[in-house]
Design a protein around this ligand. Structure first.
Ligand code: SAM
Ligand code: SF4
Length: 326
């Protein structure tokens, strides 16, 4: 088991399979984003070697993300190999969903258990503008395919952007009345690539919740109001689904953070909002032994930071969100 120096047991790994994406969401990356050459990204066997190493340290839960994880060649086989690694109990994915129309069934068969979708508006024109490339019809095709394949429960992440989709939160929350879906509203965070946009248009979880309750009535807390992972969960008394709020900026959840990340170029990222990373891919390619790599990981985890430094003006600028893996 791997612990950090604050006593947090780290057992959850998010792996970014690629920095590439079939969308260019305004809050995530610039329109003219350039991507790393494939040779700089972890190859399948390298990912699997690291997954085995992490599993040996007690990592039992993996989420695949990106960039857009579904644009990675061979993603179905890769999911299968990760899901069958001894020690790995759960494999899920965060995706924009556009390719799930054809991939949901094969991914489920390979061992994927759940999917978190990203959707920021129900308005087709706004969806196109915010993602710069996407069509909402393909999103709905992907979501329906995931439901049919049994990738449940369906969770939808919505990043809320002032003067863009802050009004849409009501219609998105309304979806939980008739559907057994989890809609989770996320405060926008600042990184490289779109920093001005990200810092000038933040809407706090409290404001989002007030807007939803004004329109749709009281949200009743679940879990006694305690955090469930990173989200605080609520439901409408007459609702089938769940409304969640992820308030990374206004109420950081560092005390309950049990996660680390692997970037597409093989760096162990210890906190989303801090630049600290440990390079694993370079030593792996240079012939480091598994014991040497294991020591790098154990030491990195031990030094996992606590708290962000945004209030002090320290924005993590070494990567865009898509290059870290959200
Ligand atoms: N492409 C996939 C997707 O969009 O779901 C996975 C990668 S994406 C980087 C993961 C999540 O991060 C998405 O839910 C996305 O909306 C969110 N995200 C991107 N940029 C963000 C930002 N600046 N602040 C908060 N969340 C962000
Ligand atoms: Fe792509 Fe996801 Fe970033 Fe949108 S949020 S540009 S879908 S990686």
């Amino acid at each position: 088991m791997a612990f950090d120096r604050y006593g947090r047991r780290i057992h959850y790994l998010r792996i970014s399979l690629t920095d590439r994406c079939n969308l260019r969401c305004q809050y995530c990356m610039p329109e003219d984003m350039s991507f790393r050459p494939s040779a700089e990204l972890m190859q399948d066997e390298e990912i699997l070697t690291l997954v085995r190493l992490f599993a040996g340290l007690g990592i039992d839960k993996i989420r695949l993300t990106g960039g857009e994880p579904t644009v990675r060649a061979n993603v179905v086989d890769l999911v299968g190999a990760i899901a069958h690694t001894p020690g790995i109990r759960s494999v899920s994915m965060t995706t924009n969903g556009l390719l799930l129309g054809r991939l949901a069934g094969p991914l489920k068969q390979a061992g994927l258990q759940r999917v978190n979708f990203s959707l920021d508006t129900l308005d087709p024109e706004k969806y196109r503008q915010l993602t710069r490339l996407g069509t909402i019809e393909r999103f709905w095709e992907g979501l329906r395919a995931a439901e049919e394949a049994g990738l449940l429960p369906v969770k939808i992440n919505t990043v809320v952007v002032r003067d863009y989709n802050d009004e849409d939160v009501v219609e998105l929350a309304r979806l939980t009345i008739d559907n057994p879906w989890h809609i989770r509203f996320i405060e926008m965070m600042p990184f490289a690539g779109a920093t001005d946009f990200q810092t000038s248009r933040v809407v706090t979880a409290e404001e989002i919740r007030a807007r939803i309750e004004d329109a749709l009535g009281t949200l009743e807390p679940l879990n006694g109001g305690q955090l469930d992972g990173e989200a605080r969960l609520y439901r409408f008394s007459h609702g089938k689904g769940v409304v969640g709020f992820i308030s990374t900026l206004s109420h950081p959840f560092c005390a309950s953070c049990t996660r680390i990340r692997l970037t597409p170029d093989g760096r162990l990222r210890l906190c989303l909002l801090r630049e600290n990373e440990v390079d694993l891919l370079t030593p792996l390619r240079a012939g480091a032994t598994l014991e040497e790599l294991r020591s790098l990981v154990v030491e990195g985890i031990w030094n996992k930071p606590w708290g962000n430094r945004l209030a002090e003006g320290e924005i993590p600028m070494n990567r865009t969100m898509s290059q870290i893996g959200g």
